[in-house]
Ligand binder design. Sequence first.
Ligand code: NSP
Length: 231
Amino acid sequence: MSNLFTDRLWKRVEPIWQSYLEHPFVKGLGEGSLDQEKFKHWLKQDYVYLIEYSRLFALGSAKAHDLKTMRTFAKLLHGTLDMEMDLHRQYASKFGITAEELEVTEAGATTTAYTSYMLNVSQRGGIENVVASVLTCAWSYNFIGKELATWSGALGHEFYGHWVKMYASDEFTELAEDCKNLMNEIASGKPERDLEELEEIVVKTSLFEYMFWDMAENKEEWPIQLSADAT
Ligand SMILES: Cc1ncc(CN)c(N)n1
């Protein structure tokens, strides 16, 4: 029997992650039927989500105890800013949105809650909290990408195929594996009480992921819109 911490985590989060595949937004991506306005909403919110998420890698590097771990966080930071977010910039250009416009998107309620949660637990804990916070993001999108890649027509879809290809790619899989390996290394030898706390972070971020899909599906906005001169 494997005693990898990520196998234990998988047992806990699998039902939540399976529900992503039933979510109308994710199903629409895989079936190619997703409303492009909903996708545009996801794209803009995800861009600012990824900017905050990238800060976690910088924080992980600052909290690391050795150069090998610092390098892994630097690789994850580069992979997010320059590989994953390139996908967003390419899609944005199809919508006539520039990278500068993407960058100044106002984070919505779910984006703010999710990134604030990760930054908060990471700042108040050690490197293990940073790794537990970033894990779901990389691993669950890789899980979704690989699953959707098996759906008929998903990889070849003229608009969403690029999304599926990127999240199922060897490059993105390597980033997800880096996060899983870090988690297993850090969890090894930790007492049960600490492992339960890390598990809790992974479950919470998995629930936030579901909320993020909902946010995009519903094109969530703040409940009251303030005009620039009213603030
Ligand atoms: C909300 C969210 N979660 C995960 C990922 C994959 N890095 C993402 N782009 N956005």
